[in-house]
Design a binder for this molecule. Sequence first.
Ligand SMILES: Cc1cc2nc3c(=O)[nH]c(=O)nc-3n(C[C@H](O)[C@H](O)[C@H](O)COP(=O)(O)OP(=O)(O)OC[C@H]3O[C@@H](n4cnc5c(N)ncnc54)[C@H](O)[C@@H]3O)c2cc1C
Length: 325
Amino acid sequence: MAGGTAAGGQLTTTTDVENYPGFPTGVGGAELMENMRAQSVRFGTEVITETVTRVDLSSRPFKIWKEYADGPEQEAAHTADALIIATGANARRLDLPGEEKYWQNGISACAVCDGAVPIFRNKPLFVIGGGDSAAEEAIFLTKYGSKVTVLVRKDKLRASKTMANRLLSNAKVEVKFNTVALEVLGEPEPMGLMKRLKIKNVVTGLEEVVDADGLFYAVGHDPATALVKGQLETDDEGYVVTKPGTSYTSVPGVFAAGDVQDKRYRQAITSAGSGCIAALEAEKFIAESEGGDEPPLVTTSIEQSSTAKEEGKAPEYEYSTNPLL
Ligand SMILES: Cc1cc2nc3c(=O)[nH]c(=O)nc-3n(C[C@H](O)[C@H](O)[C@H](O)COP(=O)(O)OP(=O)(O)OC[C@H]3O[C@@H](n4cnc5c(N)ncnc54)[C@H](O)[C@@H]3O)c2cc1C
């Protein structure tokens, strides 16, 4: 386990993956990852299953220390001419009573991944969260559930005006403000599904138990970037900043792929696609370095313009010093 996730990544924690291309009847998450590993080993990849505790990106070759072999005097376990950071992101949980029991048995943190599975068809579904993600997830779920109720802890939504309007005007959505979930209830183990949710209005104190076959968390993700904090440019939420459409980070020779740099899509297929981009760019970087085109090691200053920030516009970043761009 590293950062709470086993080797093989987040998909090893789920059962069937229904939306990965090439598998018309779905594929087990662990099986898909085992196959990806075997395929890459077949092409000569050496897989070292260790937890990385520290990296030094200040000069090349980059240095990598691993668990149980780290310390002020300890030599780095590995060095690398190019490095791809693909440490993922973990969905935040609420630690509700019943959460552990019904996680993936009704509770999910990804409507796009799980919304279409039969247990949610024409059933009452709940979403927790008040931001854009919660609004997007709830609207997506209206395609499958009989009704979607959004629980918002505060008395207003954090979502953008457009998303909030789309949510509030959807006939299949009810937004319950000032409301929190207290407990998930359902069928007994093993493999029992969630069936009800205990909720509470935090203003009136009223508690009730409601029918609920699905509960989707949209309370944020934590990117696994502690390792590179202060060494790579990260955004307000801790995601590694990459130049859009590429895997380039603020340090030449260091690339990022997957959920660690993608707070919008966070899908297996988008992660795999960005992993492919990173691999090609890392290979090109090494080939160019070996060809004598030694790029200077300079960090990029990636700043969101303050006006854009104030106006809540999508950030525009300046990338200037990476010689590969
Ligand atoms: C329960 C669940 C179900 C999902 N279902 C679907 C689905 O049906 N369809 C879909 O498209 N997407 C699904 N997703 C999302 C999908 O799993 C992610 O988008 C995808 O796995 C991201 O891949 P990644 O390689 O970027 O990161 P991850 O899968 O998070 O992998 C990161 C890896 O890095 C390792 N790591 C982290 N820090 C360190 C360190 N310091 N040292 C060594 N290793 C480290 C972790 O152990 C992990 O193995 C699901 C996610 C979850 C949690």
